[in-house]
Design a protein around this ligand. Structure first.
Ligand SMILES: [Zn+2]
Length: 353
């Protein structure tokens, strides 16, 4: 499609599409009002999005006296974006449509997530399961949520694979992807400042303002936040770092314990609550310091034992807290959905080509 000389055009198109997606149906006037731009700017952007098949005209708004305004909707059948996240023991891949709605998913077991050959074979297998060969070209691209545990060799193997398949690849930090996956799955309200604390290969905080990452590299590690100067010595040389408390034996072990806890094991319940309390204390402090509207707790242990993490959150957020606490339940993996959203946004940012 044609692009005007204005370098900010794709960003405007993304913003317009995002508003229509959020409101389900919208008129050009409503979009202009919400974005605070002129009707002509919106009209030009809508023209491009209609031409690219990303929006369609779905009817007319009720008459308010004058000419009836045309209603716009996102064309959800237009394109698919894929998202992929690689945990220590499994690879999760999802396909979302243009609205970010989950279409299909696949989870494949991994023996060794650090083995570039095994990871790229699994990505190939996941692609084949989700997108037929002849439709690869109609795909907007694939997003990868990159955890800190993945060696460079895995990243290089993924770059080689996507180059070979001629598929556009986007990368995002694990924590940012978890936040985006939660937002696009409707777990957070549409506007305001939200924080997502994600228990993954590291514990991260990612901030979204009105659903958009606060910084491109949002998703800072909280692992070495000092919670107890008298605590055990960390590998970093200091004492009492957060990760020693929130996942003392690693996040995979904690996920297993969380599953046992929901299956009724009393000792597992005690262990998970002991890990959930320091995490939610830090989350509550961050929520106060940053004035968060929403705080999302995410990650496989949290997802496995949501009631325990909510109970721990209640302890620290208290009844007067104005922050809404959400335990993310995006299946199969918030990071995979968020990575697909990144791929979709990267496609829109280039003008939908
Ligand atoms: Zn440390």
């Amino acid at each position: 499609m044609n692009r005007s000389g204005d370098g900010r055009t794709p960003a405007m198109d993304t913003a317009v599409l995002e508003i229509v997606r959020r409101r389900t149906e919208s008129t050009r006037v409503e979009i202009a009002r919400e974005l605070g731009v002129t009707a002509a700017t919106v009209t030009n952007s809508v023209k491009r999005l209609l031409a690219a098949g990303l929006l369609w005209e779905s009817g007319h708004a009720r008459s308010t006296g004058g000419k009836r305004a045309t209603l716009l909707r996102v064309n959800d059948a237009a394109r698919r974006a894929l998202g992929c996240t690689i945990d220590h023991d499994r690879l999760s891949m999802v396909a979302v449509d243009t609205t970010g709605a989950l279409q299909s998913r696949v989870v494949l077991p991994l023996v060794d997530a650090a083995d570039p050959g095994e990871v790229s074979d699994s990505v190939r297998e996941g692609l084949a399961a989700l997108i037929p060969d002849d439709e690869l070209g109609a795909m907007t691209g694939i997003g990868f949520a990159m955890g800190a545990h993945l060696p460079d060799e895995v990243d290089q193997a993924l770059r080689a694979l996507t180059a070979e398949l001629d598929v556009r690849a986007t990368r995002g930090r694990e924590g940012t992807c978890a936040a985006l996956g939660s937002f696009w799955s409707g777990e957070q309200t549409g506007t305001g400042l939200s924080g997502t604390v994600h228990l993954g290969s590291t514990t991260t905080l990612a901030l979204l303002l009105d659903g958009v990452p606060f910084r491109p590299d949002s998703g800072q590690s909280l692992d070495h936040l000092r919670v107890d100067p008298e605590g055990p010595v960390c590998a970093c040389g200091r004492r009492g770092c957060l990760h020693l408390y929130v996942a003392p034996d690693g996040v995979d072990e904690l996920s297993r314990t969380a599953l046992e806890a929901t299956q009724g094991s009393a000792t597992a319940q005690v262990d998970v609550l002991a890990a959930a309390l320091p995490l939610t204390r830090v989350a509550a402090n961050l929520a106060i310091a940053l004035g968060l509207d929403t705080m999302v707790l995410a990650g496989t242990p949290v997802q496995a034992a949501p009631a325990i993490y909510l109970e721990a959150a209640q302890e620290h957020f208290g009844d007067e807290s104005t922050t809404r606490v959400v335990v993310s339940q995006v299946q199969p993996h918030p990071c995979a959905v968020g990575a697909a959203v990144l791929a979709l946004q990267a496609f829109l940012d280039t003008g939908g080509r």
